[in-house]
Unconditional design. Structure first.
Length: 448
């Protein structure tokens, strides 16, 4: 087994990490699909308010590939369709009926899988609405079924400090058997399936150990599939690969083995109050408020769905999307700190050793304050020192700023795995990651 180390110097001592205990919480009364969080598709709406839908009824299809559908994560009726700016479909909310009707797909078990071809398996996963769980490197969009990827990466743990632990989600019911079945399915899609554990969370189960191919070592983003692929690929011919998270392999397997659209998900919650910090068993599309314990003022927090470094701001009355398995409540900071720059900063995180916390190394609570204004780049190179794929983010950013896209590509823009670390460490508060992500998307759509 090959070990891939990510050597960067950003060690996070953050408070409020989710405890390994798993709680079952009451089933939500309504759930939602969030089409705009499925990257690089052009959604066409297939339902309207008050339509009756079953669990597994198509809600949207991709205009570019109508076989690519997003299915209803609940059975009942369409309670509301929420739109954002420029009529972006933000959420399709489904009120769940007491008897929750569901679409029945043909069951496909282990003996049938071995006789099926690649196309048949792709069709089966497309029909069950789970193809979007398989994503492509370098653009992180939904995998192109026409592509022959160099490998499919299956990370069991990406060490974002707030993501679900593999030893929790793989301990559930038949999860281990489903995982092994899911790996067999993926082996039909690509010649090489790379299953990756992290050295901090070794897999104890002997059967699972037999499918492991790689081990990641080091702090976040160790185990991130783009990083693993970048560190192990042999040539530019292998630039394109696919990935699917360990927990999503369970969903693929369950959809085939049961003939039903799977709903159950293990998610992490942190922040708000100390006993919130835990894993919960809920379902895809669950309302964010259903995951947290009662808190006095929800608006006092920023609700971040999707992890500490790679998540996005959600409204308290929002929902977990198809990909999201982590929710953080980060305290908002509304008051300006008087002469903040002159304080020793014992409780301020620092990567550039600006504050005394670099020596005392306390465990700190993350808050939503930027702790400074946007400034010009000072060429400090902290972003370059942290980048796991060897980009010089400050120069790539300047190329984009100057609209020199060819040069940005030559700098390795497409290798960027959007880990968020360069934005996190930048003392000038420059949104490097967002810029790289937007530029990659524009390049994908041929807009630059
Ligand atoms: S960390 Fe920020 S200020 Fe420093 S070189 Fe990178 S972009 Fe410039
Ligand atoms: S450029 Fe920034 S976001 Fe991209 S991989 Fe490097 S550190 Fe991560």
């Amino acid at each position: 087994m090959k070990t891939v180390s990510v050597k960067n110097r950003c060690k996070f001592r953050v408070a409020g990490k989710p405890a390994a205990r798993l709680e079952s919480i009451p089933a939500p009364a309504h759930v939602a699909a969030i089409p705009h969080q499925i990257p690089l598709i052009r959604p066409r709406l297939l339902v309207k308010p008050n339509d009756s839908v079953k669990l597994g009824t198509p809600l949207i299809e991709d205009k570019g590939n109508p076989n690519l559908k997003l299915l209803s994560p609940g059975g009942g009726h369409v309670m509301d369709i929420q739109y954002g700016p420029r009529r972006v479909i933000e959420a399709i909310i489904i009120k769940i009926a007491p008897d929750e009707p569901y679409v029945e797909f043909p069951v496909i078990d282990e003996t049938q899988i071995s006789g099926m071809g690649r196309e048949e398996i792709i069709d089966a996963l497309m029909a069950r609405g789970l193809w979007p769980l398989i994503r492509g490197i370098p653009f992180k969009g939904v995998a192109d079924p026409e592509e022959a990827p160099a490998a499919v990466w299956v990370p069991l743990d990406i060490l974002d400090p707030f993501h679900p632990h593999s030893d929790v989600y793989l301990a559930e019911g038949p999860a281990k058997e489903q995982f092994l079945f899911g790996i067999k399915v993926l082996q039909k899609l690509a010649g090489r399936v790379c299953v990756c554990e992290h050295t901090d969370r070794p897999v104890p189960d002997e059967r699972l150990r037999q499918v492991l191919t790689h081990r990641a070592a080091g702090p976040f983003p160790a185990g991130e599939p783009g990083v693993m692929h970048y560190q192990t690929k042999q040539s530019a011919k292998e630039n394109r690969a696919w990935y699917v998270t360990g927990q999503d392999v369970l969903l693929l397997a369950e959809a085939l083995l049961t003939g039903r659209y799977p709903t159950a998900r293990v998610m992490t919650v942190s922040g708000g109050r100390p006993d919130n910090n835990r894993h919960v068993r809920s379902r895809i599309g669950a309302p964010l408020k259903s995951l947290v314990k009662q808190i006095d003022s929800p608006e006092a927090y920023r609700w971040v769905a999707g992890g500490l470094f790679t998540g996005y701001n959600a409204a308290p009355d929002g929902f977990m999307g198809l990909y999201e398995t982590a929710l953080m409540l980060v305290p908002e900071v509304t008051e300006k700190e008087l002469l903040g720059f002159a304080r020793p900063g014992l409780k301020k995180p620092t990567s550039s050793r600006t504050f005394l916390s670099a020596i005392t190394r306390p465990t700190l609570t993350v808050d939503a304050d930027r702790h400074g204004e946007l400034r010009a780049c000072v060429n400090c190179s902290y972003c370059a020192a942290i980048c796991p794929v060897g980009i010089l983010p400050q120069y790539t950013y300047k190329c984009i700023y100057a609209e020199e896209i060819e040069e940005a590509l030559a700098h390795g823009l497409l290798d960027c795995v959007e880990c968020g670390l360069c934005s996190y460490v930048c003392p000038s508060k420059i949104e490097l990651t967002e810029t790289f992500k937007d530029t990659k998307h524009k390049y994908y759509w041929g807009k630059i």
